[in-house]
Design a protein around this ligand. Structure first.
Ligand SMILES: [Zn+2]
Length: 399
């Protein structure tokens, strides 16, 4: 157990009278002494919707705006960006991410998340072989029922959504893209969901752009959840979920980045997008959307996983209000990120304090600071560059 003395902390394990955060770290040292005067501690963030293998760049799409996701998907298949991604790994129809170079792709996606303070994510892809979920240094939700789309079932789903829901037994989340667009197809999807009896407490609707007040009321009554992806939505549709109405109706809302190929950023960007879209939403509530609301939506009840004595995010203090402070963050402002007692990213001074193993980390330059990062992200990027034959830039990587 290490005690970190820190001012203005909102970390749940904080003793506010002493301003001390206690955290377990796999280290022989018991105390660390730094100047935390300009730092704030938080619970690490949760990204409730990503597609790890699709964090390619630039985003695809030739139109100014789309009416539904299916048009964009068809267009994307022929886009330069997607075809470039396919040089690293091509889906042969099975979407098995344990084949070929998919591991490099999904680990890039993991780093996108780590570099925005995230330690738990949902990767919305067909459930993978168990070994897949062991690759990551953060928690990628392994148990869920999956439905890609309710309007184009034959195209995307090998198991019917009804059978997926049955399989979930109500104890793992049933996660479905729904109402992602502004046309009639998108509007009607909620009625299909009801007809198929798929709205339950464990239902997590992703996007919900076309949802109306009556729909949101039913979602709240069912105690289901909606994942809001403002960045991706605004870039594809110039419209997003009606969050103020959803809040009024009592819907549990969480936030997801979606993938960068559809226009999402990292979770710090999404927090800014959320606030920019609806400035009246308190930033405290946005923080809850990326922490405790996400726990509810993803049915994360594992006390060990969520234990605040094992997880910690320390950010630079850029604003006096600890919640507003989240709007000013970027990859260089992460002082320390600990997941399950393992430091995964942070300033170099902790590297020595925690006596971390050199073999398990890389040292990288971020802005004018040196940081340690778990794994070998620069080697992954190098491999991708070798396959492509040129240097590829990803906006979410600091190198
Ligand atoms: Zn998605």
């Amino acid at each position: 157990m290490i005690d970190i003395k820190i001012a203005n902390s909102i970390h749940a394990a904080t003793d506010t009278t002493r301003n001390v955060v206690s955290v377990d770290v796999h280290s022989r040292k018991k105390k660390i002494s730094h100047d935390f005067k300009n730092k704030v501690a938080y619970s690490p963030l949760i990204n409730a919707h990503d597609h790890l293998a699709s964090n390619w760049s630039p985003r695809t799409g030739t139109r100014n705006t789309y009416i539904n996701i299916h048009i964009w998907v068809e267009e994307t298949k022929h886009s330069e960006s997607y075809l470039e991604r396919c040089k690293i790994w091509t889906n042969n129809g099975d979407f098995d991410l344990t084949t070929g170079n998919a591991k490099e792709l999904v680990l890039l996606g993991m780093y996108k998340n780590i570099f925005s303070g995230v330690h738990i994510i949902h990767d919305h892809v067909k459930p993978q072989k168990p070994e897949y979920y062991g690759w990551f240094d953060i928690y990628v939700v392994p148990d869920f029922a999956y439905c890609k789309s309710i309007s184009f079932l034959d195209l995307y789903n090998s198991i019917s959504p009804e059978d997926e829901m049955k399989k979930s037994k109500g104890i793992v989340p049933f996660i479905i893209h729904l109402a992602e667009g502004v046309d009639n197809t998108s509007i009607q999807e909620f009625d299909i969901l009801l007809q198929k009896d798929l709205l339950h407490r464990n239902t997590l609707i992703v996007h919900g752009i076309a949802l109306e007040r009556e729909n949101l009321k039913k979602i709240a009554e069912a105690k289901a959840s909606v994942c809001w992806c403002p960045g991706s939505n605004m870039s594809l549709y110039r419209k997003t979920l009606d969050v103020p109405t959803a809040i009024k109706e009592g819907v549990n809302i969480t936030i997801g980045t979606d993938s960068t190929i559809s226009g999402g950023g990292n979770l710090f960007d999404e927090i800014r997008h959320a606030k920019r879209t609806y400035p009246d939403i308190p930033t405290k509530l946005i923080y809850e959307m990326v922490t405790k609301n996400a726990e509810t939506a993803l049915l994360l009840y594992d006390n060990n996983l969520l234990d605040n004595r094992k997880n910690l995010l320390i950010l630079d203090k850029k604003h006096d209000d600890v919640y507003e402070n989240l709007l000013y963050q970027d990859v260089e402002n992460i002082d320390l990120l600990i997941h399950q007692s393992k430091p995964i990213y942070g300033n170099l001074n902790y590297f020595e304090d925690f006596e971390l193993q050199v073999d398990s980390y890389e040292i990288i330059k971020v802005g004018n600071k040196e940081k340690f990062i778990i794994g070998k992200p620069t080697q992954i990027l190098q491999k991708i560059n070798e396959i492509l034959g040129y240097k590829k830039n990803f906006p979410y990587l600091p190198f």
